[in-house]
Design a protein around this ligand. Structure first.
Ligand code: GLY
Ligand code: MN
Ligand code: MN
Length: 441
């Protein structure tokens, strides 16, 4: 734990939250970690994922039912639930919380709720954030609490030094997994074996992953969030796309690499081209530029690759303008990264909390904000051979069908790095971690 950085992080959150509380007329906010639900008609639960804004204060995943009370002038109070239980082992409140909060621990939920009620009774306007509903206690109109939440979502894009350290470490941890996965692929492992190699090397069990790892060989790489793990390798291996991340103190990394089975074939050339274009677009990151423009430029670069590598017979401009390029690159260039893999706030362009609808052409683009210092986001272009999308262009003269059909067996390419926006430009956490891991080897 980076205790000094964590204490500074909490100081900054206190100042930012209190200013927004004042602006919205709240003298207290309760942030709930949330509670898990069982599967339908079952007594088993999926892994618990706490509310991101709670984790920002208390980065500890095992925090079900906890609540944090933030007031304008007194020290925040962490109400922690640690039942006396012989079915599951409860966690204590993390030690580092004692440095910054008054920690109250309860064995009974009723007692926790009673204590919370007692401590908020004298407040005149309390916002309750998280735990299914977002509401203001003394105000039937949920407007102000909802607005406060959107403003907090906007601010979450700017990572404090503590958060940057966590994401950097999560990236290094993911890179350890990626190295082992590449080796398992080279050794002839199946998707399942590559998945296990990743888990072991990044020291994570499945429920700790930030998102289910995508381990996709051959045509499986054309399913963007492919979720199965074949136990046996296919008879003929052409490619591997692995999109897998890690967590450190609840902060995520999100990394993708693509490998060709044969290192000097035409698919390896395509991977190189996407890799070069990805690094080229990262060089275009400047403060004040819109991420939407970056996505748009990437679409043009993808169109150029499609034309150069003769997947299309038309000019790059035509492929871009006719949206043919969108059939090969159907997802956004990236997204904010933090306590969620797709972190909140990407479509809130102004600090007033107003959210814009998705872009009319790039509907799956989750980030349209101006690039500013301390943001962390991914850059993840790809080129895929997705039969259902190509079917929309069936027989079209602008597509070189013989080449495209030959590439169906590879599924697709994605290269994904985690980028921190430093005071004067982008810092590629992923490439830095790969370089450091190679230097250590
Ligand atoms: N791993 C999901 C994504 O790249 O957005
Ligand atoms: Mn991503
Ligand atoms: Mn990813």
């Amino acid at each position: 734990m980076h205790l000094e950085a964590y204490i500074a992080h909490i100081d900054q959150l206190k100042a930012e939250w209190r200013q927004l509380m004042r602006e919205n007329g709240f003298d207290a906010v309760v942030v709930y970690a949330g509670a898990n639900q069982t599967y339908y008609a079952d007594d088993q639960e999926p892994p618990f994922h706490a509310f991101g804004h709670f984790l920002r204060w208390v980065p500890q995943s095992d925090c079900e039912h906890a609540a944090l009370l933030i007031s304008l002038d007194s020290q925040p109070v962490l109400l922690w639930y640690a039942p006396s239980d012989y079915w599951y082992l409860p966690s204590d409140a993390p030690e580092f919380c004692n440095e910054v909060f008054i920690v109250q621990t309860f064995a009974e939920l009723d007692d926790l709720q009673h204590a919370l009620h007692q401590q908020t009774r004298s407040k005149s306007n309390v916002a309750h954030l998280g735990n299914v509903t977002t509401s203001s206690e003394t105000n039937s109109d949920p407007g102000p609490a909802e607005r406060l939440l959107r403003q907090l979502d906007y601010q979450r894009a700017f990572k404090t030094e503590f958060e940057q350290l966590c994401i950097k470490e999560a990236t290094s941890r993911g890179v350890l997994g990626h190295h082992a996965a590449a080796q398992a692929f080279a050794d002839g492992g199946s998707e399942y074996e590559i998945h296990l190699a990743y888990l072991r090397a990044s020291s994570q069990h499945e429920a700790e992953l930030p998102y289910p790892s995508i381990v996709a060989m051959n045509t499986h790489a054309a399913t963007l969030h492919y979720q199965k793990y074949d136990r046996e390798p296919a008879a003929e291996i052409h490619s591997l796309l692995i999109d897998a991340g890690a967590k450190v103190h609840c902060y995520h990394s999100d990394i993708t690499r693509t490998y060709a089975a044969s290192t000097n074939d035409e698919f390896a050339e395509l991977i190189d081209a996407v890799d070069q274009a990805q690094q080229g677009i990262i060089k275009q990151i400047t403060l004040g530029k819109s991420y939407l423009d970056l996505h748009d430029e990437m679409s043009e670069r993808i169109a150029a690759i499609l034309s150069e590598h003769e997947f299309v017979t038309c000019s790059p401009t035509t492929a871009y303008e006719s949206r043919l390029v969108d059939a090969f690159f159907p997802h956004g260039l990236g997204h904010l990264l933090g306590l969620q893999t797709h972190d909140v706030g990407g479509l809130i362009l102004e600090k007033d909390g107003h959210q814009v609808p998705p872009h009319s052409r790039y509907e799956s683009l989750r980030l349209m904000r101006e690039i500013e210092p301390n943001m962390v986001f991914t850059i993840e272009p790809g080129i895929y051979f997705i039969p259902s999308l190509l079917a929309g262009w069936h027989g079209h003269q602008d597509v070189n069908w013989s080449k495209v059909n030959r590439f169906i067996c590879y599924g697709g390419v994605r290269v994904e790095d985690n980028i921190l926006v430093g005071p004067s430009g982008p810092i590629n956490l992923t490439r830095n971690a790969f370089s450091a891991a190679s230097a250590d080897a």
